[in-house]
Design a protein around this ligand. Structure first.
Ligand code: AMP
Ligand code: GLY
Length: 433
């Protein structure tokens, strides 16, 4: 009998996961807040709900007799959903609430990484009093990143020298965070190319996906406010043109050390772990460790995944993950279609999509939208992800650009992602360094 899988979340990441679950012959049940037409089409049954309503979602899972659950969004990992499903005997390929702390508490992450002397750590300090932040900043001549400890949807971090012009602005932002949360994390500011490394793990075995780079800024040439991510790239060799194999190996090692450290503290991590790194002149450094697939980067790697995805989910949940899932050796470029004003004040409208534009070289995923496959209503957030698949990143970018005539309506999109000009600029920077 086919397996019944529950998927929580209704964005582009979950559409990509939903397709892999159905392609591998399983029956999909989904719990999501928006009427994502692609996920709804793929689901045998769905529950439109507040994704944080863990009791309702667990009730749905039990009622439908699901065999395994997989969680997309990070805020859901902070609820008791996974622990409740576990207690009801439902297998879960996502971390427990305690293990998800690697993402939901940056203080936990830095404590773990520092106590276990994991490679790639950077200086950080947690503060509870504004006076202490002030004393500290006055005693230092370096720049810091000012971070809330908890989840912020990728929009809560401010960096001195980037978003914060001087110490007074840094202190004002630290005060804002302290007033709200009672704590604030300061991290030394580091510089270099950022990259994302997503791995599958059952808590022991670690299966890495190709490296990806995410473009967070709202406007072309990496200008404007940070967003959830406007697009992302992967390359055919699993590295990036400007990230070396040795950097990749070091970053992967940091993740393996983190997974081993969590197991040694009796908080084993199972699911997808996504490390965000910066390739500095002193090697790759950990910016964040997340407890789930990245969005957009998961759409790149899931577009390349070949094999039985449901089997991988079961082996994560059951602790018998084998190495050997395969990613085809192609490059991908993803560009998100977003509402005009996304990143500041979104003006969501309607998008029309002509016919079936998908080919072997182009995937169209539905994100925070409701409606039908050919006409969607945008929310304030990302709407459609177009993923080009080719031998090179710029060719994959061209495939996306050539598909845009099929999308009608008012929207924004970063045309620069994955272009030869963008990759060339990054290579030039590397040569000069
Ligand atoms: P996060 O939400 O932690 O991923 O941070 C958002 C962005 O802030 C990252 O993608 C980086 O560009 C930047 N950032 C975070 N931490 C640091 C740091 N310690 N030094 C420099 N930039 C950082
Ligand atoms: N790529 C950004 C995120 O998933 O947090």
């Amino acid at each position: 009998m086919a397996n019944r899988i529950l998927l929580v979340g209704g964005g582009g990441r979950e559409d990509a996961v939903a397709r892999k679950i159905v392609e591998s012959g399983s029956i999909l049940y989904s719990a999501l807040k928006n009427e994502n037409p692609s996920i709804l089409n793929l689901s045998r049954e769905h529950l439109i709900c507040d994704e944080l309503d863990y009791r309702r979602i667990a009730g749905f899972a039990v009622e439908k007799g699901v065999d395994l659950a997989f969680i997309g969004p990070d805020p859901v990992l902070e609820t008791q959903l996974v622990d409740l499903l576990d207690s009801k005997g439902i297998k879960v390929a996502s971390p427990s609430r305690e293990a998800a702390k690697i993402e939901t508490s940056k203080a936990y992450m830095r404590r773990l990484v520092s106590e276990h002397r994991i490679d790639g750590n950077i200086f950080s300090e947690l503060f509870h009093e504004l006076g202490d932040v002030e004393k500290f900043l006055n005693s230092e001549n370096r720049d810091f990143a000012i971070k809330p400890v908890g989840l912020t949807g990728g929009k809560g971090v401010k960096v001195m020298g980037e978003h914060l012009g001087n110490k007074a602005e840094a202190l004002a932002y630290a005060a804002e965070v302290l007033n709200r949360d009672g704590q604030v994390l300061l991290e030394e500011r580091i510089k270099g190319e950022e990259f994302s490394l997503q791995v599958f793990t059952d808590g022991k075995t670690v299966l890495p996906a190709p490296l990806a780079q995410d473009y967070k800024r709202a406007y072309e040439n990496d200008l404007g406010p940070n967003t959830g991510g406007m697009g992302s790239i992967t390359d055919c060799d699993g590295l990036l043109p400007f990230i070396s194999r040795s950097t990749y190996e070091k970053a992967l090692n940091s993740m393996k050390q983190t997974i081993a450290a969590m197991a040694s503290e009796n908080t084993p991590f199972r699911g997808i772990m996504y490390g965000q790194f910066m390739d500095t002149e002193n090697g790759p450094k950990i910016i964040e460790i997340n407890a789930r697939f990245a969005d957009p980067e998961s759409l790149n790697i899931l577009s390349l995944f070949r094999g039985n995805f449901t089997d991988v989910l079961f082996s994560i949940a059951e602790g018998n993950l084998k190495t050997g899932a395969n990613f085809i050796k192609k490059a991908t470029t993803l560009k998100y279609v977003v509402p005009v004003g996304y990143g500041t004040v979104s003006k969501p409208g309607i998008l029309r999509i002509d016919g079936n534009i998908e080919t072997d070289h182009l995937k169209l995923y539905y994100a925070a939208v409701s409606g039908t496959m050919t006409e969607v209503r945008m929310s304030g957030s990302r709407a459609l992800a177009l993923v080009g698949i080719a031998d090179t990143i710029p060719d994959a970018s061209d495939i996306v650009e050539n598909s845009l005539s099929h999308i009608k309506g008012e929207y924004s999109l970063r045309h620069d992602i994955g272009t030869a000009a963008m990759i060339g600029r990054k290579m030039e920077k590397l040569r000069k360094a």
